[in-house]
Design a protein around this ligand. Sequence first.
Ligand SMILES: Nc1ncnc2c1ncn2[C@@H]1O[C@H](COP(=O)(O)OP(=O)(O)OP(=O)(O)O)[C@@H](O)[C@H]1O
Ligand SMILES: [Mg+2]
Length: 611
Amino acid sequence: MTMPRGFGMGRMMRGGQDEGAPRALKVSDRRMLRWFYQNLGAYWPRLLLGVTAMLGATAAGLAIPLVLKDIFDKVILARDTAPLPGLTLRFLGLTLAALGLGAVRTTAMHLLGQHFVLKVRMDCYRHLMTLGLDFFADQRSGDLMSRISNDVGAVEDLVVHASDDVISNVLHVAGSAVLLFVLDWRMALVALAPLPLFVGMLWGFTRYIRPVFNRIRKELGEINARLQERLGGIHVIKAFAREEAESASIEASSRAYYEANCKSIWMWSTFFPLLSLVTTTGLVVLVWYGARRAATGTALTAMSTGTIIAFLRYMQDFYRPVGALARVQNVINRSLAAVARIFELLDTQPTVRDAPGAAELPAIRGRVEIAGVAFGYATGEAVLRDISVTAEPGEVVALVGNSGAGKTTLVNLIARFHDPAAGAIYIDGIDIRQVTQRSLRRQIGTVLQETFLFNTTVRENILYARPDASEEALIAAARGAHAHAFIEKLPDGYETVIGERGVRLSGGERQRIAIARAFLADPRILILDEATSMVDTEAELVIQQALRELMQGRTTFIIAHRLSTIRQASQILVIEDGRIIERGSHDQLMRRDGRYRAMISRQFQQVPELS
Ligand SMILES: Nc1ncnc2c1ncn2[C@@H]1O[C@H](COP(=O)(O)OP(=O)(O)OP(=O)(O)O)[C@@H](O)[C@H]1O
Ligand SMILES: [Mg+2]
């Protein structure tokens, strides 16, 4: 596969930061949280376990100060040791229960979080696979990788903190508040007075920190995009000795990431002490008020020492989780910034979609009819205009024309990588928009000028076309592609691992493996993008021969540069500026004093014996 446009130097040179990122969709928090909790529901057994353990731990934790109160009032102040063993045991039991249940809860929630991440990651990847080439042309793969690895990973925090921590802290806060009121409502009112201010500050803070978190995620995506793209071009970097400049460019995006992170740290670390100041002031007022009342109280308003002790403990129990909630809220902010990026991905709909209830394309004979097709990419003006051509089964159609004329675009329409803006394409009389893309593409074989191989064995690369093919079929395909002989000579034969994109093979060898792949797929329709090299070296001749055999009996659309290929075609389409300006066989076109003849004589004047 050729690298889609948009991965090229041009984009990087322009260096725009926002280019390539999906449209910044506004995703509301409410929508994200709804999605989150709906998905969470699928894990209800584990969630139930976690929440039950958490409730138990919270209840145990809340009961502890009451035991302390009794120890003070009934043992210490009453100078009576009789209740002490029972109370001590209760104290121990509650503490152990809180610890044990707490551990169960933490484990359950973290495991759940990981499971959730797994699911979301697979959802994202599956969704990504449904998107069309046009989407990938506009994306930087590193940024997509960052979304699927880093951003999805951040969802775990949302599970652990947004559900577990929020619920447990809210329960703690509510429980302590209730118990404070039960112990002494006047004190409770004083204790809780700073709460509205506290909540207001937190709410306001979110609005400032969220953009910073968004920026952090974006910069991380930027780093990954750059890294991925630059590593892919390592050959060019070395060839032009640009290593240092490249390091500098990575440093720039790393620095932006660093700065955004520092900013969030600064914001947080100035804000949090302010929050604490509010609660501490509240505590001071409370101590003053409580002490005054204890010292001057009448029988009605005085408090027992035990009550004061329990009260202080609940005060802590109240403001500690409130502080924790503030921190959790920060984590949620961070996670939601990541989830928003996941949503942008999941919200993107493929432009080419199977029609509702689309049928399978039955086994075809291979008649292709292109009827009045026009097309333009989303970004610009019309690339193809009023193209009509019919290829009978087994016929070879050659496309020739200047660079940028629209040849690749036209063959991409046959495989339905894009839908035409006007007109239609029929295969054996069936409009290709009425059948599933899968069944269509299974019957179309493609060999592109830049072959893409995966970093695995030769065998698996060929079998990619049909993983269940037999050994005989595999070898027959390799023989057909004139590849068997050289594969046998590789260190491990068919089991040789060929390196990323097949770097351990020569260009011609890669090409032949791609041809073998097409042989194995045995499609009725072939799309070939011939390599531009005009030199008929020996290796090229072998490839030529292999392609000729592959084309045997298949309807072929070939973007041709070699005269030998062009002459084989029964129809030649000369494409200029998105239109067919001449058509016919080689001989017919040579007889006419047109564009084709001019092109051929220009290109082949050095090798006149060929024409
Ligand atoms: N993904 C894309 N988005 C926007 N414009 C595109 C895209 N792909 C191609 N184009 C534009 O469409 C026009 C036709 O491109 P196409 O790749 O079909 O040309 P071609 O005839 O195959 O050229 P070549 O012989 O150089 O491969 C060009 O002007 C090109 O810039
Ligand atoms: Mg092309």
